[in-house]
Design a protein around this ligand. Sequence first.
Ligand code: MLT
Length: 261
Amino acid sequence: MSIKINNLSVFTTGEKKNIPFVLVHGFPFDHSMWDEQVKELSKQYYCITYDIRGMGESSAGDGQFTMESFVDDLEIIVDELELEKPVLCGLSMGGYISLRAVERMEAKFSTLILCDTKSDPDNSEGKLKRAAGIKMINEKGVEKFVRQFVPNCFSENFMADHKEEYKNVINRSQRNSPTGVKGCLLAMAGRTDTTPFLQKISIPTLIICGEKDKLTPPAVMKLMADNIINSEFIIVSGAGHMIPIESPYIFNQTIKDFLMR
Ligand code: MLT
């Protein structure tokens, strides 16, 4: 079912009586990056995906987003849908949102799943890359930005062996509004450091990383896992930054096994 909450496009799949499971997508993608997860997990869970403000079908408005406003949006969705302690799963930018959400209101969630993400904020080099991205969008358009950014998100093997699927992801990302994409870049550049909070996380946490992830490599995620007491760390061999799309079967199975324990 597709509904609007606070001007965001929200999608619910599965039976409402089941345990709720909220999935927060990465950048510059939209809720559809979770299609393979929703298909499988909705057999057992009440799955909620949504387009982060400015992405997909959620309108960009004035594009003045912050990580806090993204967390506000997530909170509104959880409250409006009356979700009772959902599992919260975020990939990369979705992971930044999830980590900050748990820092702000851990009691609202039962379990945290962090995929290909990190707790550190952007350093100076990272901030300059965001600035260069905004300049590129202004001068050459969002299509060019996506063509340059997205190849870093996938393993070489996936791009070579799944050309059609990869092209679809690129096409979808290129449809995002320039205002929305720039707004996300600024929000990510301005996010806080959630590293000092890691040691305080008490809900069960699963950390999943693609072996070939260039953006948030296994060494970075392992450090994060070492800091979270109640955590489990899994590396998915051969996958890049986008495990849910690249290795959906392994990803889904890893999550189902973790939640069964
Ligand atoms: C993502 O996949 O969400 C992005 O790579 C995150 C980022 O650019 O920091």
